[in-house]
Design a protein. Structure first.
Length: 254
């Protein structure tokens, strides 16, 4: 079995002020104290709380990431944030291509690819999100959609950079619905994602890429998802907002 990094991540989306961020991270620190885990544990607060989050997470196992980033480093791009700025804050991770960005903010495979290229030019670890919608799944198009998204996002990645990329399978129908993908559905989709990576970068690169599952992950379903051979971690939305439930997920992930 390939030696893949386990990542337990909380995407806070549009939630928590800076003060609430500090409080939640301090609570998490207490709840996770003494835990020995081989996993990387990451939270993704909104941009305005990132500095506070990095400060509160100091000397804990928690790492911090941003929910998005623009591809240019500086210039006349009102409202945008660059990789240089995120790196200067001491962040480790950045999410790219979340389905909410695709559905609500015009993100496409092409813009995900541009962001990914910019991130790989620096030192952040990108977590690229892919996933099919309900209609696509019901029409039997899951494989095709995942292949298009993975190929579209990774098309400009240099072979020596693929080892830095993390993928997240987030079926749109499972996000915020309470209906998680079954462990088998998640495992099968991760296998498809890995096949696309293998077709582009070779089998061993694919075997070494961590693929996380996201979509209604809770303390109760974490262990069964994590038992699947192709599931290397979880990307948690709603259940990561509460320190007690996110800490339970971290513990359940083993
Ligand atoms: P939920 O865990 O709330 O379903 O959200 C998943 C998600 O979108 C994480 O990025």
């Amino acid at each position: 079995m390939a030696n893949r990094t386990t990542i337990i991540a909380g995407n806070w989306k549009l939630n928590k002020t800076a003060a609430e961020t500090r409080r939640t991270i301090l609570e998490l620190r207490n709840k996770l104290a003494g835990l020995s885990t081989g996993a990387e544990v990451v939270v993704f607060p909104p941009f305005v709380s990132l500095e506070t989050a990095v400060d509160a997470a100091r000397e804990t196992i928690l790492q911090v990431g941003a929910q998005n980033v623009f591809w240019e480093k500086s210039g006349a791009y009102t409202g945008e944030v660059s990789t240089t700025m995120l790196e200067a804050l001491g962040l480790e991770f950045v999410l790219l291509g979340h389905s909410e960005r695709r559905a609500l903010f015009g993100e496409t495979d092409a813009t995900v690819a541009r962001r990914l290229e910019a991130v790989l030019g620096g030192r952040l670890t990108p977590v690229v999100c892919v996933g099919e919608g309900l209609e696509e799944r019901e029409a039997g198009r899951t494989g095709e959609v995942l292949a298009r998204q993975v190929e579209g996002a990774l098309k400009d990645v240099a072979p020596d950079h693929i080892g830095r990329v993390v993928l997240a399978y987030e079926p749109v129908w499972a996000i915020g619905t309470g209906k998680s993908a079954s462990p088998t559905i998640a495992n099968d989709a991760h296998t498809l994602i890995r096949s696309s990576i293998a077709a582009m970068f070779g089998r061993s690169a694919a075997d070494e890429t961590s693929v996380l599952y996201g979509g209604s992950v809770k303390p109760e379903n974490t262990a069964s998802l994590m038992r699947e051979s192709e599931v290397d971690g979880v990307l948690v939305g709603g259940a990561s907002l509460d320190a007690a439930s996110f800490a339970e997920i971290v513990r359940a992930a083993g």
